[in-house]
Design a protein around this ligand. Sequence first.
Ligand SMILES: C[S@@+](CC[C@H](N)C(=O)[O-])C[C@H]1O[C@@H](n2cnc3c(N)ncnc32)[C@H](O)[C@@H]1O
Length: 189
Amino acid sequence: MRKSAKERGEPILREKSFELLINTVKNRRPKTILEIGVNEGYSGIAMLLEVPTAHLTGIEIDEQKAERAKLNYRAFGVETRAKIFLGDGSEIIPLLSGKYDFIFLDGPKGHYGEYCDNLISALNCGGVLFADNVLYRGYVGKGKKAPHKHATIKHGMETFLDKITNDKKLKTVVYDIEDGVSITEKLYE
Ligand SMILES: C[S@@+](CC[C@H](N)C(=O)[O-])C[C@H]1O[C@@H](n2cnc3c(N)ncnc32)[C@H](O)[C@@H]1O
């Protein structure tokens, strides 16, 4: 799937970040997973295969990608444990009523700051929020400059990182690998 996605220019999680994702899932063994930005289902399928008791809810804005993800879920035999909400994360995330043991944030890069509070609320105690691209192209952080067209993403990511690193109920580690990954554990409500 990775090779085919790469050939077609479809974005999926980079290799080291993917390894970190799967190791984290393997250690935590979540029962409920939320993935924001499903694309064709690559990382979701890998997480479900790693933890055969887990169920995944995905959010994907692109109908074609969501349909392809559903076909891939079937091809890998995880379709009964995976469902997709088709639509915009900005509209769906505030309406989520479920609680999750693991959230993989890999959707629109300019919206992480906006999504943060709702995602932390949707996380169970002891649960983990895993976010990709948090150091976006090396532009994120005080004193770092971003071209004008990436200024919104830089600002949103800095808001996100500020929240997850300064909230006392959270414990966060930021990994300077590939495009930057953060892993946040919710310690208490
Ligand atoms: C990097 S890809 C996800 C890759 C996937 N998590 C994986 O590792 O296999 C990001 C996805 O987010 C989706 N996306 C972009 N904006 C979105 C939005 N506002 N709401 C929901 N999904 C969105 C894109 O269509 C794209 O499929």
